[in-house]
Ligand binder design. Structure first.
Ligand code: SF4
Length: 114
C-alpha cells in the first residue's frame, strides 16, 4: 500500500493505492488519475524564469506548455539556464522548443515589450 497526497487542488486528499493500483481516499476522479500516473509515469509542470534582454525586467517567467516527465525536469532546468530572450516577448511565445527532448515547449507567461 502506497500513500500519496493529491496535488491537483488545495483539498489535498490523502490517497491510498494498493498493489493493483486501486485508489481510495480521493474526493474526485482526478485523484485516481493522479495516483496512477504518479506511480507509473510521474509528470510535473515546470515553472521558472529565464534571463531577458530588457530595460524593464531582469527575468522572464516561463512554464512548460504541458507536464513533462519528472525525470527530465532537471535537464529542462539546465536548458533554461542557457537562454537569454530578446524583447519584445509575449505570453505564449515559445522560448524553448522540445525542451530536454520531451516534445514539450517552454513558453513565456508575461509580456515584456522592451
Ligand atoms: S482527489 Fe480531487 S478533490 Fe482531492 S485533491 Fe485531488 S483533485 Fe482535489
Amino acid at each position: 500500500m502506497r500513500e500519496l497526497i493529491c496535488i491537483n487542488c488545495p483539498r489535498g486528499c490523502r490517497l491510498k493505492v494498493d498493489d493493483d493500483l486501486n485508489v481510495t481516499g480521493n474526493f474526485c476522479p482526478r485523484g485516481v488519475i493522479y495516483a496512477k500516473n504518479e506511480l507509473t509515469h510521474p509528470v510535473r509542470t515546470l515553472t521558472s524564469t529565464v534571463k531577458v534582454q530588457s530595460t524593464l525586467e531582469r527575468r522572464l517567467p516561463v512554464k512548460s506548455s504541458q507536464p513533462l516527465p519528472k525525470e527530465k525536469v532537471f535537464d529542462a532546468v539546465k536548458e533554461l539556464d542557457q537562454v537569454s530572450v530578446e524583447t519584445p516577448v509575449h505570453i505564449g511565445d515559445v522560448i524553448i522548443e522540445n525542451v530536454a527532448q520531451t516534445g514539450v515547449n517552454i513558453v513565456a507567461t508575461k509580456n515584456i515589450e522592451k
